[in-house]
Design a protein around this ligand. Structure first.
Ligand code: NAD
Ligand code: SER
Length: 317
């Protein structure tokens, strides 16, 4: 068995910042190389600049550091993606393609590719969306993730590449800010609430979307990646569920801590994106195949977000 050496691509993002830290705690600081197209003060060494569109640069890094696993997080998310669809397609698709090729060419042990609830569309069942269903994504981000899932399946079938994937719900975190998605409001609302600022939501009050707290996101990712190979039956991407709520419901949960907190609604172009996504997810396959189970419900998450952000802003909750 060769030693695990991990490469994280897109490590400076909302998930990468926290996942890189968790991987370093597990595998040892020096065995986890963080890379991104931009630097950040939040990540320690080892760090290298890498543009995922630079396939040769990626290949050289993998060789130089004897990388055995890649966590490929770099992408343009749903809302930002709509601003420049062609570039979003290039980064999300060519980026994944570079990763899959280098993993095949250099016989890597494993690859992680995050997909999203954005692969679903207006013709997908909205409640308890099944694992295997019609995919008609409405955004270029969703189109690229759905195509990416199929590429992962293809590389597994054709080259036996051990690539694993989760369709993350909207991720909520206190450690890092989200990078231009449709679920970003559910992070911003906490920042406003703890600072005593009223919140104007870009989605309408009853728009229910699947969400997940960051500790559950990280645990799900590590549990999927550590599961025995034969347990992983879905090689496109696993549905994953944790919490579902609307802006009105999360505001109500926050008001239990801050009774004076006020929310108003001013839906913008992101409303149409949210309307095309499921409200809840059936993740039976993840639960059966690798024993997924969330730990945080809406109230536990709210309590922890408020307590952590209050510390961050030096406020007493
Ligand atoms: P993010 O936008 O916060 O981070 C993405 C990172 O990729 C950024 O640090 C950015 O600098 C980097 N990046 C962009 N272009 C790059 C390039 N050409 N080369 C190298 N790096 C580049 O995103 P995130 O929320 O951390 O998401 C990580 C992954 O998880 C993405 O693939 C995203 O689609 C997926 N995902 C996220 C969520 C969520 O709610 N955050 C939900 C579903 C899926
Ligand atoms: N949370 C992400 C977004 O809103 C979904 O992948 O774009």
């Amino acid at each position: 068995m060769r030693k695990d050496k991990i490469l994280v691509i897109g490590a400076n993002g909302q998930i990468g910042t926290v996942l890189t830290q968790a991987l370093r705690e597990k595998y040892g600081n020096d065995n986890v190389l963080a890379t991104d197209i931009r630097t950040s003060e939040q990540l320690n060494e080892p760090f290298e600049i890498l543009d995922i569109l630079d396939g040769e640069g990626l290949s050289n890094i993998v060789k130089k550091h004897d990388i055995t696993q890649i966590y490929h997080l770099a992408a343009i998310l749903s809302a930002n993606g709509e601003k420049n669809p062609r570039r979003t397609w290039d980064i999300n698709m060519s980026g994944l393609f570079n990763v899959l090729e280098v993993a095949k060419e250099q016989s890597l042990d494993k690859v992680f590719f995050p997909s999203s609830i954005a692969v679903f569309g207006t013709h997908t069942p909205k409640e308890k969306t099944p694992q295997f269903t019609f995919l008609d994504p409405a955004t270029i981000y969703g189109i690229s993730k759905a195509a990416g899932e199929n590429w992962c399946q293809y590389y597994f079938d054709k080259y036996q590449l051990d690539v694993r994937s989760i369709r993350y719900p909207g991720v909520i975190s206190y450690q890092s800010m989200p990078g231009g998605g449709t679920t970003d409001y559910a992070v911003d609302i906490f920042h406003k609430a703890v600072q005593g600022i009223d919140f104007e939501c870009f989605l309408s009050e009853n728009t229910r979307l699947p969400m997940i707290y960051m500790p559950d996101t990280i645990r799900a990712t590590l549990e999927l990646m550590e599961a025995p190979r034969e347990k992983i039956k879905v090689r496109s991407s696993y549905n994953l569920a944790a919490i579902t709520f609307s802006p009105a419901e999360i505001a109500k949960a926050i008001q239990q801590h801050f009774p004076n907190f006020k929310i108003s609604y001013n839906p913008d172009f992101r409303q149409a994106i949210a309307d095309s996504w499921p409200a809840s997810i059936d993740d039976s396959e993840a639960r059966n195949d690798w024993n997924w189970k969330e730990e945080y419900n809406i109230h536990q998450m709210t309590q922890d977000m408020i307590s952590q952000l209050s510390k961050k802003y030096n406020l007493i909750p």
